[in-house]
Design a binder for this molecule. Structure first.
Ligand code: UDX
Length: 460
């Protein structure tokens, strides 16, 4: 019998026991990238039956074989736990997905368009257009992808036009997970946002998150436009916070002040808060940079470009950090990189990830290489991805190997292995004790007292 949500569910106290697994809706997850694969696996962990779909056969093959095609701590173990249980399977067939699931989560990517600020909506549109014609029974389709405001409206029209069942509805449910913490963020999010247009849609999406809601997670029920905007607004705020402290780092360098102490001091004000005030090489990844650019583009289309014009500065401050790190390194190699040997520690856009999309570390490595240095990169997880995009750089398999005989070390992604380096041990392997700490994670006093010339952003 098809699943029907309990219409009294909203009146139920949050402490009520979970309904039995058989009463739960069956879920599909369309798109098995970082977001989708994590969502699919975690929903099974929460007690749902899930089918995952991707148009990329290689990805589906890997997932069926129990392999996560990217690095995310904790996720391979959960996939292994559930793949044999029969509660999680993967396919490339939209008809199979439509027949199986009561609720469909669309988790495909919205990358930045080549040469433009706007997001590429091809995958979202294609997911809806491929799924809709198979929806013969009542179902809820939930958009999770990060999209420009107004997309949900368009997707609702696609469903209305293409789905044979005229009771198919749309909901929008932005996702806030961070890479490296994706499992914890999905199992225990700090809030749930549901953009809906009917009581049925609200109850149905609530039924997909019942175990999460039961733990007291705040739920915000709203319209499509607000749900879409929550995500871009949150990422814009986070990006602004990082660029604010990086702008202060520039001022600190001009005045001799210390941006770390400045951040500590202002961070004690609870209205400001210390989190996301780490000055350094700035933000990268598949979300913050492209989301603020897509927001600028969409605001222009909506005629409110002035409202978010500050995001252009946020982007520029962020990109300036990369140029500044290249300059700091140059000062340490006496004004010319030509013929020098440089070790770059880190290639991923942040630690605990193998994601190199818009990675500040790789940008700097490539720039230093272009200026004539022999650059060798080491990242505990991202070497393979980095090599594909920057085959011109060379790669080492360990920290010991990458620092061997170098004139300069540039710490650009703050993996724990790099944070806990010992200045004496490292000093014995290098040719010259020069260090740029692009993430402000080492102790300058300790390194300087071991004879290192230590430079960092925003610190004397
Ligand atoms: C981000 C948002 O945090 C998440 O909520 C959203 O769903 C997706 O985008 P993510 O891209 O995984 O998540 O990375 P995040 O941890 O936010 O870091 C983004 C970048 O900012 C990294 O490059 C990181 O090094 C940098 N950063 C972060 C700083 O430079 N300083 C800080 O204080 C914090």
């Amino acid at each position: 019998m098809p699943f029907e949500p309990d219409s009294n569910a909203s009146a139920a106290p949050l402490t009520q026991p979970n309904p039995s697994a058989t009463a739960r809706p069956r879920l599909s997850v369309i798109g098995t990238g970082y977001l989708g694969a994590t969502h699919a696996v975690c929903m099974v962990e929460l007690g749902y039956e899930v089918i995952g779909l991707d148009v990329d056969e290689a990805k589906i093959k890997a997932l069926c074989a129990g392999q996560i095609p990217f690095f995310e701590p904790g996720l391979p173990e959960l996939l292994a736990k559930h793949i044999d249980s029969g509660k999680l399977r993967f396919t490339t067939d939209f008809a199979e997905v439509a027949a199986f699931a009561d609720i469909h989560f669309v988790c495909v990517g919205t990358p930045q368009q080549k040469g433009q600020y706007a997001a590429d909506m091809t995958y979202v549109r294609s997911a809806f257009e491929s799924l809709a014609p198979h929806l013969n029974r009542r179902a809820l389709v939930v958009g999770k992808s990060t999209v420009p405001a107004g997309t949900a409206e368009q997707m609702a029209t696609i469903l209305a036009e293409l789905a044979p069942n005229k009771e198919v509805e749309l909901a929008w449910n932005p996702e806030f997970l961070r890479e490296g913490f994706a499992v914890a963020d999905t199992l225990a999010p700090d809030r749930l946002v549901f953009g809906v247009r009917s009581e049925w849609a609200e109850q149905t999406i609530r039924s997909a998150f019942e175990p999460v809601i039961a733990t007291g997670t705040p739920v915000i029920v709203t319209d499509f436009a607000t749900a879409e905007l929550v995500k871009v607004a949150a990422n814009s705020f986070l990006a602004t916070k990082i660029s604010f402290i990086n702008a202060m780092a520039e001022v600190c360098e001009a005045t001799g002040a210390d941006v770390i102490q400045l951040a500590d001091a202002i961070g004690h004000d609870a209205r400001i808060g210390r989190r996301f005030l780490n000055a350094g090489l700035g933000f990268g990844g598949g979300c913050l940079p492209k989301d603020i650019r897509a927001f600028i583009a969409r605001a222009g289309e909506l005629g409110v470009d002035q409202a978010v014009s500050f995001l252009r500065d946020v982007d520029e401050i962020n990109l300036r950090r990369r140029a500044r790190v290249v300059e700091l390194g140059l000062e340490l190699v006496d004004g010319s990189y030509a013929g020098t040997k440089v070790a770059v520690l880190g290639a991923a856009f942040k630690p605990n990830s193998d994601d190199i999309r818009d990675s500040p570390a790789l940008d700097v490595a490539a720039a230093v290489g272009r200026r004539g240095a022999r650059v060798q990169v080491f990242d505990p997880q991202a070497n393979a991805n980095a090599r594909r995009v920057h085959p011109e750089l060379s790669y080492a398999d360990s920290l010991d190997e990458v620092i061997d005989g170098v004139d300069l070390i540039m710490l650009l992604t703050e993996w724990q292995e790099f944070r806990s380096m010992d200045p004496e041990t490292v000093g014995q392997r290098v040719a010259r004790r020069n260090l740029v700490d692009g993430r402000n994670v080492l102790d300058p006093i300790q390194w300087r007292s071991s004879g290192w010339v230590y430079r960092a952003l925003g610190r004397p």
